[in-house]
Design a protein around this ligand. Structure first.
Ligand code: M6R
Length: 622
């Protein structure tokens, strides 16, 4: 998730407009930013590492970049370190194109090789620079083949040809050196809009960034290419036919628009989960197999792992609990989950055959950093699952698998959890395959369901009205208990944390069988017991535990699948039924309604959802 902006007009300066829009988009990414203005046939480019305000200082509020046509970008790194070199815009090797990009060009590595073989040079590690050079390559080809076409038409065709060679997603804002006042734009899967006004046209990846300038927007569809000038916008299909596209009036209120119409970042991020999971897994499953190109671990090492420690804090540690069930079941390797604040004090028994998996959204959590350092000091190898490229944990680990969740703004983690889970499935499958501990049939079944997981998550999200209704019934609760067995227990830990951290209701999660060893004493008339029973082999047993508390007055809110629902028909006061999926992947579906339940309960209680009291997004002290 990054942010694209652009402006071309006949009077107003582009750089201050881009800066202003970038500030509004900063929540989408904030590790670096840059602006390029085309003026007098030259690109004037300034980039900065860090927040947009640093770019604003560096450009003297945009005054250092005079000109009426420009593009800008705020970055959330996915390829390459978050530094100035990798910041956008990128200039193509021959200097003809300047480009900003959102999305991921999945086949950028072979394209880069191809371009290098044709004499192109690269200064950054980004897929975006590859895209810039691809456009230049096809521009030169088109110009040679069709010298009588206008430069504008040649550029549009070059973009179309380059786009056909690229797999993955993109939204591009492009300047061509010899087309003054023109911005070219193209998109596939990543959003892109053009705000039109008498003063000029505003390119943006998020309407919110330009809503204070105009309310008339053209929405680009996949494969379309736009030619934007101060006078207006022409849109072409991928086959280069000119299309009739009329702007539509957007009547959102400006503040709400930053959250794309959602009331809070939390609910927006909950709804972003299918896309984030899809991004995280899509390039890593090829021909029905997990292929971790981004993980340079030898099969020899994977075969010899004798023990795994998973270390993390909070939500990330609960991903570890779910991962433990899967890794032990499918890979037959003992796994211990140690919360990071305890790791360095528990004298972990580590050697070179121990793999330590550190999980962190931010990559800057102090306790997890300390755990990584302790693991390495004791001779273990560290594989981290991190959302922020170039963060301390990513840098210090032996290997890193990135979650492609994009920036998570709400303090309560949702899409980071889901993408971490997705990566944990990939790790389990890769290990099981290498070690020969999984049958071909089971492996294929998990892969097939993993690929349909994003769609299944959308079905779970459609339960929103039911969850909102149930929250209205239970938001006055004082104490809530979550119970589940096996992998469902892992989900209850997260469901309970979500509820307590944003609604301030006291809540605890217990392995369902553990209840009668003490916690059942807390059950009173009307106590809410959230029962997660998605895991079919143990659903009946969990139902018995639900009966135990129900007979002592508890109200049962059951989360089941279609397969397990029958066990709860007579017991539950209320039921939420999620779609069936392979049991290894159940946490990804079960967590969605739990997140929404927590959200709507907190909403009902009038809590400050995105920034709960006493909490910080990243805990950088011990
Ligand atoms: O950035 P990290 O993933 O390392 O953060 C770990 C925890 O602090 C974090 O998951 C925390 O528990 C959240 N508030 C959960 O919603």
């Amino acid at each position: 998730m990054c942010g694209i902006v652009g402006f071309t007009g006949s009077r107003d300066q582009a750089a201050p407009i881009c800066l202003d829009a970038l500030t509004k988009l900063e929540y989408r990414g904030y590790d670096s930013a840059g602006i390029c203005v085309l003026s007098g046939g030259e690109f004037n480019l300034i980039k900065a590492q860090g927040y947009v305000k640093i770019l604003a200082e560096k450009t003297d509020g945009g005054r250092a970049l005079p000109g009426t046509t420009g593009i800008g970008h705020t970055r959330w790194a996915t390829h390459g370190e978050p530094n100035e070199t990798n910041a956008h815009p990128h200039i193509s090797s021959g200097g003809l194109f300047s480009i900003v990009h959102n999305g991921i060009i999945e086949n950028y590595a072979p394209l880069r090789e191809f371009l290098i073989s044709r004499g192109y040079e690269f200064t950054s590690a980004t897929d975006t620079e590859v895209a810039a050079c691809m456009i230049e390559f096809f521009f030169r080809e088109t110009r040679e083949e069709k010298p009588n076409e206008t430069p504008e038409a040649q550029v549009v065709e070059a973009i179309s040809r380059a786009a056909r060679r690229m797999t993955g997603s993109y939204a591009f804002g492009i300047l061509y050196k010899n087309c003054p006042d023109r911005i070219f734009a193209a998109k596939r899967e990543s959003p892109l809009f053009i705000g039109v006004s008498p003063e000029g046209q505003y390119l943006t990846s998020d309407i919110a960034a330009s809503l204070h300038k105009t309310r008339e927007f053209i929405t680009l569809a996949d494969h379309e290419i736009a030619l934007i000038s101060p006078e207006g916008v022409k849109v072409f299909s991928g086959e280069l036919d000119e299309l009739e596209k009329k702007p539509e009036t957007v009547d959102w209120d400006v503040e709400a628009a930053e959250k794309a119409g959602y009331e809070h970042f939390m609910i927006k991020e909950i709804f972003e989960q299918p896309e984030a999971v899809k991004k995280t897994i899509s390039g890593r499953i090829k021909n029905g197999r997990v292929v971790l190109d981004d993980l340079d671990i030898s099969e020899e090492y994977l075969k010899n792992i004798s023990r795994i420690y998973i270390t993390a804090c909070g939500t990330a540690s609960y991903v570890g609990v779910a991962a433990k069930y899967n890794i032990e079941r499918y890979c037959r390797i003992p796994v211990e989950v140690v919360i990071a604040s305890e790791f360095r004090y528990c004298e972990p028994i580590l050697d070179e055959t121990t793999l330590v998996i550190a999980i962190s959204q931010s990559g800057t959590t102090a306790d997890t950093i300390a755990a990584v350092r302790e693991a390495k000091r004791r001779g273990a190898k560290v594989l981290s699952i991190v959302n922020v490229v170039g963060s301390v944990i990513a840098t210090e680990s032996d290997w890193t698998l990135l979650t492609l969740a994009g920036p998570e703004i709400c303090v309560a983690s949702t899409k980071a959890y889901s993408t971490q889970l997705a990566v944990s499935y990939l790790i389990a499958l890769r290990l099981a395959e290498v070690r020969g501990t999984i049958s071909a049939g089971e492996y294929a079944a998990i892969i097939a369901d993993l690929q349909r997981l994003p769609e299944a998550m959308k079905t779970a999200l459609a339960l929103k009205p039911e969850l909102s209704y149930l929250a209205s019934r239970y938001f006055i609760a004082n104490d809530v208990y979550f119970i589940g067995r096996n992998i469902d227990y892992a989900v209850t830990l997260e469901g309970s944390l979500k509820l307590k951290e944003i609604s301030y209701i006291h809540s605890e999660a217990y392995a369902a069988g553990e209840l009668k060893h003490g916690p059942i004493a807390l059950i009173e008339n009307g106590t809410l017991v959230v029962t997660v029973a998605a895991y079919a082999p143990l659903a009946e047993k969990t139902a018995s535990n639900a009966v135990e508390v129900k007979t002592r007055g508890a109200r049962i809110l059951a989360f089941t699948t279609e397969k397990t629902a029958a066990h709860f028909k007579e017991i539950a006061d209320n039921m939420i039924v999620i779609p069936d999926i392979h049991e290894a992947l159940l946490p990804s579906l079960a967590v969605v309604p739990l997140q929404m339940f927590a959200y709507y309960v907190a909403l009902g209680r009038g809590c400050e959802i995105d920034k709960p009291r006493n909490l910080a997004k990243s805990v950088t002290v011990e």
